[in-house]
Design a protein. Structure first.
Length: 191
């Protein structure tokens, strides 16, 4: 579990569920060469141009493209994503696929879940807040586009939320705390 709420007096149960990192390596790869050296990879260029490289530890999936670009998913923290990329590069090097230079890693998106610990009046929230979309016939949650930090939060009446678009654990933490304060300011919580 990756809880980020240690410095907050409220227990919002913030937990990172997935980190997506893009990776640039300044070289191209022969994906067929990688397929020959690994039995546990998937590569079907007719369906998808990338090779799927799964790690057990840390449990992640990295897509490798012939351009030298990679996308790592499934990590539970930015530190874990960076470790996964490092392990993929080590694996490639160990099996004769020479990776030159250091990979440039950028966190693109973090998805986190959290619990505000209180029920939320979504109907009133939809009327009072800006940048929201709420169509309960289509989807049971209210979609709130926060401007600062720039994230999207799915808010459910139970007080459970999903935060997407964060680029760091701190950004996710700030978004969830800002949302809590906003809902509290508008008296949108109920027991």
């Amino acid at each position: 579990m990756n809880h980020l709420d240690q410095e907050s007096p409220r227990d919002l149960e913030i937990e990172i569920q997935n980190v997506v990192a893009s990776v640039t390596i300044d070289q191209s790869f022969d994906l067929l060469d990688i397929v020959k050296k690994y039995r546990n990879v998937e590569y079907n260029p007719k369906k998808f141009p990338g090779l799927v490289f799964r790690l057990r530890n840390p449990q992640t999936t990295t897509l490798i493209f012939s351009t030298g670009k990679m996308v790592c998913t499934g990590a539970k923290s930015s530190k874990m994503a960076k470790l996964a990329v490092k392990r993929v590069v080590e694996e490639l090097n160990r099996n004769g696929i020479e990776v030159k230079g250091e990979p440039e890693i950028t966190i693109q998106n973090m998805v986190a879940s959290a619990n505000l610990g209180r029920n939320v009046d979504l109907e009133t929230a939809a009327d009072l807040l800006e940048n929201v979309m709420y169509e309960p016939e289509q989807f049971p949650g209210l979609i709130y586009r926060m401007r600062e930090p720039k994230t999207v939060l799915l808010i459910f009446s139970s007080g459970k939320i999903v935060c997407t678009g964060g680029k760091s654990e701190e950004m996710v933490h700030e978004s969830v705390n800002n949302l809590y304060d906003l809902l509290d300011d508008y008296a949108l919580f109920y027991e």
